[in-house]
Design a protein around this ligand. Structure first.
Ligand code: NDP
Ligand code: 8X3
Length: 260
């Protein structure tokens, strides 16, 4: 059954990886899409691709989720245009660096926390009242296995994703008595631009993260997101940890690397 067709889905971080794959998956269900990210050129090309393939209207917005004023203005525009999201996919996020805490770069910490925690809050604070007012909607937050277990050299990224997990839980509690659903999808290792961003464009180092096993593909997560959103109104999946079969915890990945 398709409960997604005709619904309006707002995705942050739709220019790459999980956000982009989710946009494609929602388009295949016939959703109306609102796609945000900072890279305008990517969004514009993606809009053309989706409209050509699916014949559905796609709205794009160059948006930095860290810019609270821009987020508020954008959501006010959506409300004025009657384009109120039925689904909000809070996906924009990143890790920067892999350092012992006492050697970490404060600029990286600030960008992670500003994006993963504060950016998610700004978007949610702007969109959620519209859902509450209509007594319908679904917020899907992209957390991480890093929001369940801390790994060495990743303390600040992990802290930001523990934060997302707390916000997911808090949101759900605060929406008690409404029909607004809240879900966290918490992936393990997924091959996207995530590690390229983490290692500041070092593609060779990024590639090694995914060698010797089959990581998650962004399409795997997208399929799960649409499954979760497609559940009946009375069903709410609150938190899903999704790992590659070769990964059993934040610390344990079975890799088969060539010898020598
Ligand atoms: P990608 O780097 O491929 O995609 C990240 C997306 O976020 C891009 O579209 C990027 O677009 C956007 N983005 C980054 N900063 C901002 C910002 N300030 N404002 C708006 N958009 C922004 O990585 P993933 O697809 O892997 O990451 C998506 C989410 O999944 C993140 O929250 C990440 O933490 C989480 N995750 C990823 C895992 C993985 O192993 N890949 C595992 C667990 C969770 P642009 O640069 O154009 O703004
Ligand atoms: C991304 C997965 O293991 O690199 O959240 O932190 S991990």
């Amino acid at each position: 059954m398709n409960r997604i067709q005709g619904r309006t889905v707002l995705i942050t971080g739709a220019s790459s990886g999980i956000g982009r794959a989710s946009a494609k998956a929602f388009a295949s269900f016939g959703a109306n899409l609102i796609l945000c990210a900072r890279r305008q050129d990517r969004l514009a090309a993606f809009k053309h691709e989706l409209e050509r393939e699916h014949g559905l209207p796609v709205r794009i917005k160059t948006l930095d989720v860290r810019d609270r004023q821009a987020v508020e203005t954008f959501v006010a525009e959506l409300e004025k245009d009657g384009a109120i999201p039925d689904v909000l996919l809070n996906n924009a996020g990143k890790a920067l660096g892999l350092h012992l805490l006492h050697e970490g770069l404060v600029e990286d910490w600030e960008e992670m926390i500003d994006t993963n925690v504060k950016g998610l809050l700004y978007v949610t604070r702007a969109v959620l009242p519209l859902m509450v007012e209509r007594n319908t909607g679904h917020v899907v937050n992209i957390g991480s296995i890093a929001g369940h277990q801390v790994y060495q050299k990743g303390a600040v990224y992990c802290a930001s994703k523990f934060g997302v997990r707390a916000l997911n839980e808090g949101m759900a509690l605060d929406l008690l008595g409404t029909n607004v659903k809240v879900t966290s999808i918490d992936p393990g290792l997924a091959e996207t631009e995530f590690s390229q961003v983490r290692f500041h464009g070092d593609t060779e180092r990024a590639r090694t993260v995914y060698q010797g096993y089959q990581p998650l593909r962004p399409e795997d997560i997208a399929e799960i997101i649409t499954f979760v959103v497609n559940t009946p109104d009375h069903v709410n999946i609150s938190d899903l940890v999704v790992l590659p079969t070769a990964q059993r915890s934040a610390h344990m990945v079975h890799k088969e690397l060539p010898q020598g």
